[in-house]
Structure formats: structure tokens, C-alpha cells
Design a protein around this ligand. Sequence first.
Ligand code: ASP
Length: 437
Amino acid sequence: MKHAHGLTQKILIAMVLAIILGTCAQWLQGVTPWLDTIINDWLVGGLFLILGKVFVATLKLLVVPLVLVSLVCGAASLGSGKQLGRLGGKTISLYLITTAIAISLAMLMAMLFEPGVGANLTSQSTVNIQQASSFAQVIIDIFPSNPIAAMADGKMLQIIVFALLLGMAINHSGDVGQRIRNQFEDWNVVILNLVTMLMHFAPFGVFALLFTLFARQGLGAIAELSVYFFTVVLVLVMQMLLIYPALLVGLSRLNPVIFMNKMRSTQLFGFSTSSSNATLPVTMRTAEERLGVDNRVASFCLPLGATLNMDGTAIMQGVATVFIAQAYGIDLSAMDFLTVIATATLASIGTAGVPGVGLVMLSMVLTQVGLPVEGIALIIGVDRLLDMMRTSVNVTGDTTVACIVAKSEKQLDETVFNDPDAGLVGDDMDSGLIGKK
Ligand code: ASP
């Protein structure tokens, strides 16, 4: 056994410490002016602000190069357009199914626990929700007119389309294509190693992000919205511990305990950054190096999943819709339920996995079923905390689908999947690096 789960353990310790110390810092606000200066100006607005921002930036800086290089490699080694079509068909169907399950479960539980009955409508704060784009625009926006602009703006679906086309052309270019492909493959190894190197900074980054959040926000908001909050948490836990394991066993005969153990650090990254996009480099590394998903599947499924598949977000939307309907005393018909399921499933297509985007999607859903969008103000107080948890579920859902698709395409190395030490990032800077001679 290598010097083992070093990094995951350190991140976990950093997270717990940050939550405890951050909450204490919130309680200490206003005790004495000098303590306020230390907490607010030096720590929350100084040191930890810098550390947290730098941490998220270092993750984000990897996303575009990694998706481009990795997907070009994947597409260049896919045999035919037919294979890509099959991969795409399976991936997108599974994403839609898992999201539909998530939101149905969420609405069912919300009907059971009735979080919105008797909610205090007067405690609204004003809310300014960005408008979601129309469905036609969403489809048009998938196709880039300028790949460099798409990369500069981090438009994931456009980058995916460009990388797929480039990869396919490389595949059809004989010797010339082979030379370019070798270059991309070398770049892929280098960038994955950069992910591994930067992951060592994670415990500090996670501490800084969570301390800042808890020192600013505290846990007070949960008390007022406890039934809503815990209904969402319960369904998130059910999705994570019942639905995904059932799919892994039922569709692929894969051991869910091994899967969940290996997913822990990725989930922690999702939790602390609240962004499936920023977590993507770690998700891709985990899928390929720790779980044995071939690059051809991982490079396609996971960037797509970070944008298309947000099961945790769908859960929040399901519970929130029922909550808002109950709070305003509006009855939802069976047709409304189906509309919510369809809209929430499709709404995620045009929205990237970044912090807080779930609320934009929720405004789309509420409009579809004629509920007041201002209702979002009722739940916004606990949304930041729920965002962290649902992002962990989102990245787990993406990786579950990647493993199932890989297994069905015979692109899953089960020796790697079952090896507890495969691709571990330990304490030693070199461990987990690939391609070294
Ligand atoms: N933060 C989530 C994600 O990146 C999206 C959301 O629910 O707001 O996956």
C-alpha cells in the first residue's frame, strides 16, 4: 500500500477545520473591533480571499486545455462516426434518465414532507435572477463560429463540438494525422500531470474557501428553512447512496463501494468549489487514472456531463418548485409535474456547471409552470450551502455514467477499477504522475 489516501484525508481535515473555525469566526463577529478587523479584513477579505481565488483559478485554468486536448485524442482514436454516435446516444440517454429519476424522487419527497406549507412569505429579500436563454438559442449556441473565442470564453459545448470535429479529421488524415495525434497525446499526459501537481494545493484552497463562506454566512439560515433544506439533503443522499450504486450494479456489475471510495476526493473538490466545471480536471483524472475509464469515453462523457448532467441541481429544483407552490398555496397538476420534470431535465443543456447556476435553471422551470419567479427569494438563504452538496452529486453522476458507458463499450480497465491504489495522489509530489520514465 502506497503512502496512501494522503490527499483525500488532508482535504477532509481542512474542510472540517474550516467549517468549525469559520462558524466560530461568525459567532465572534462584533465582540471586539480588533477581532473584527482580524477576521474580516485580514482573513476573510485578505489572506483566505487570495488563497481561495487562486485555488479556483488554478483549477479553472486547466479546464479548457484539458477538454480540448483530451477530447481531440479521444475523437482521433474513435474508429468511426458510428462509434461516436453510439457513445453519444448512450451517454446522453443515461444523463437524461438519471436527471429524470433525480427530479421525480425530489418532487415525491417534497410532496411527502411539505416543506413549503406555512412558509413565511413576508421574509422575502429582493432577488435579481438572470434570464435563461430560449431553447432555439441554446441549440444554435452549441456550434462555434470562432473556436478561439469559444475557448477564450470557456464555452464547453462549443469546445466539445470543435474538438470532436478536429479529432475526426485527424483520424482521417493518415500519416499526417498520426503525427498530430501523437503530439496531442503527449500534451494530454503533460496536462494530466499538471492536474496532479496542482491537486496538492487543494487542502489550503479548500480551507480558505470554506472558512470564508462559513465566517460570512454561518449556519443560521438553515434553521428558518430546515424542512426545505433537509428534504433536499435527504434526496441528494438517496441519489448518491441508492440510485448511483443501483445503476452501477444493475447496468454494469461494478462494485459501488470501490467506486464511492475513489470518488471521495472529487466529491470534496465539487463541494468546496461548487462548480462541476472547475472540478472537471479532477473528475477526468479520477475517471481515467483511478477508475480505469478509457480516455475515449472519459474525454467525451465528462465534459459533456459537467454541462448537461446536473442531477443534484435537478433535485434542488424539484424540491424548490413544490416548496414555492406550497408557500403560495398553488396546486400543481399532474401535467405540471411532467412539465417540471421535462423542463428541469432540458434546462441543464444550456447552462454550464458553475456556482449558483441552478437558480437560473429554476427560474426557467417556475416560469414554465406559471409559478412566481420571486419565490426564489424564499430559498436563496440556504442555496449556497446546498450548491456545494448538489455539485458533489453532479460530479458523481457524471462519473457514474462514464463508468457505465465505458463498461458497455469494453473501454473500462477493471484491473485499475478494482485496484485501491491505482492513480493515487499521495504525499510525495511525484506519486500519481504518469508517463515518467
Ligand atoms: N454549482 C452547480 C454545478 O456546478 C450547478 C448549480 O446547481 O448551481 O454543478
